[in-house]
Design a protein around this ligand. Structure first.
Ligand code: HEC
Length: 477
């Protein structure tokens, strides 16, 4: 289903509602109490995941799934969250109805100086602060051990749902009930908080207060599809085999042999490309695509939006110059992948999605479309997922079996220690301020191991940031 087809009923409904409110106000003016303002058509207000998607699921229920490692339940839940956050919002922009998550706050609205915080902001365009994913530089920044290859092509940013954003935009007494309040988006506040812990404070208690249960944080990963000049190659994850990548250790998208030629105009589904289509492929010497394996898919199978002139400039500077195809106004940013985490459970639920055009990777490694619920609609059905609802199995056994889940577009980077064996919850469990003790990840770091939150090596002189690396990475200096 195309997002575009929804636009007319939406516009009509929105204008009717807006008119209704205007009339009601006029009839009763001067009102003693101003009526709640309707969002004008074309305006964007951050919307929560609507009811009907089992979100949030009660903590007790998910905890019970975790206790027995009910993978099927985790996957259904991940798809429910995906369905809810990709459902149509009330906002229309550039001729298409925005999915709920596009209305959310970006890091450049949340991590700002205290004077510029606008918790109920209504904007006229969705915020896309394109950047190279900061986790690719994380180790390098801390320790200088690994730098991302200069040809990493992915571009990303962070989004916070209204609950998570409001939490980050407000000061919090820390620890709970304390007279001292801290704004966690500010480096000075975090440093003050980290110095405030009385000696003898149990290591596990050196932490910010928890995000709200409904909090959702995401990291959308974008790829450029040219509107004109031919069909843009898009890498397709098909695992770590020699028929799928030129680098089994760090199989970044640039090393994938299977690629899909994305047609900005075409119709139909994923299929082998014709010789004429192969000839029409836009050159990108940065990719390892094997022309003999080219597949074809229309753009309508992906979530996309047209770039403005400013966004095209921003995209190019985040992505890098030629030989990568360069964006101009009217080209498309497509959603290649997306990390999603929810605070429904104490250690957060972790799921990640990437575009497959429904062609699952061999052995469903690290995930697939399995368990997809019927409420996932349109192009959103063409993504696969993997889940990490615990670090290990059994969930509370430090020697338990690792749960592996990573996003092929992100954690395959040489900037991530052993990313193809990693677990979201393990790595995010070490998120802390200031975060540079142990020089990034110590020799004992297991990318998918059990993290003990009382471990003084990790957290002794630190403050845990409730699994949010974004706090450490984006705090305003
Ligand atoms: C090796 C460590 C590591 C692993 C593994 C990892 N991440 Fe992250 N993640 C990071 C860092 C570092 C950031 C950067 C924060 C920023 O954007 O400044 C980040 C950012 C994010 C964000 C943006 C908001 C936030 O909380 O920081 C989300 C959401 C996220 N990751 C989810 C996931 C999911 C889901 C997985 C597993 C599929 C995963 N991550 C695996 C280190 C990791």
């Amino acid at each position: 289903m195309s997002m575009r087809r929804l636009i007319f009923p939406v516009l009509t409904l929105t204008s009717l509602v807006a008119c209704g409110v205007a009339l009601a106000v006029a009839a009763t003016a001067p009102a003693a109490k101003p009526a709640a303002k309707a969002t004008p058509p074309g305006a964007i207000k951050a919307e929560p995941i609507p009811p009907g998607y089992h979100f949030p699921t009660p903590r007790k229920e998910i905890d019970a799934w975790v206790a027995v490692n009910a993978t099927g339940k985790f996957r259904n839940h991940a798809w429910d969250v995906w369905a809810g956050m990709t459902a149509p919002s009330h906002a229309v922009h550039s001729g298409q109805r925005l999915p709920i998550w596009e209305t959310w706050y970006s890091e450049n609205e949340v991590f700002v100086a205290p004077g510029s915080i606008k918790p109920e902001a209504i904007r006229t365009e969705p915020k896309h602060p394109f950047a190279k994913p900061r986790q690719l530089f994380h180790v390098a920044t801390a320790k200088g051990v690994a730098t991302p290859a200069s040809n990493e092509q992915v571009v990303a940013f962070n989004k916070f749902d209204p609950e998570s954003a409001r939490f980050l935009m407000a000061s919090h007494p820390t620890p709970k009930g304390s007279a001292n309040t801290y704004l966690y988006t500010q480096a000075a506040d975090l440093t003050k908080l980290n110095k405030s812990w009385p000696s003898g404070t149990p290591v596990v208690n050196r932490a910010i207060v928890d995000f709200p249960d409904r909090g959702v944080d995401t990291k959308p990963v974008m790829w450029l599809i040219k509107a004109t000049g031919g069909l843009t190659p898009f890498p397709l994850w098909q695992g770590t085999g020699s028929d799928a990548t030129t680098n089994a250790t760090n199989p970044t998208p640039q090393t994938w042999l299977n690629c899909v030629l994305i047609d900005p105009k075409g119709k139909g589904g994923l299929r082998p490309a014709t010789p004429a289509e192969v000839k029409n492929a836009i050159a990108n010497s940065n990719l390892a695509c094997d022309a003999k394996k080219y597949l074809y898919a229309p753009l309508s199978m992906m979530y996309s939006f047209p770039l403005t002139a400013q966004e095209a400039t921003d995209f190019n500077s985040a992505q890098g110059g030629p030989p990568l195809p360069q964006a101009v106004a009217g080209d498309f940013a497509v959603l290649a992948a997306m990390h999603v985490t929810t605070k429904e459970i104490v250690n957060w639920t972790w799921q990640t999605f990437w575009w497959t055009g429904t062609k699952n990777p061999p052995n469903s490694f690290p995930g697939s479309t399995a368990g997809m619920t019927a409420n996932v609609k349109g192009p959103w059905r063409n993504y696969a997922t993997c889940v990490a609802y615990s670090m290990v199995v059994p969930h509370n056994d430090p020697k338990g079996k690792p749960v592996v889940c990573f996003n092929p577009f992100l954690e395959t980077s040489p900037g991530i220690p052993d990313g193809i064996n990693s677990n979201c919850m393990s790595c995010h469990g070490t998120a802390r301020w200031p975060g540079n003790n142990n020089g990034g990840y110590p020799a004992t770091y297991l990318p998918n191991g059990y993290i003990n939150f009382n471990d003084p090596t990790w957290f002794g002189d630190q403050t845990r940031t409730d699994f949010a690396w974004a706090i450490q990475g984006n705090a305003v200096k």
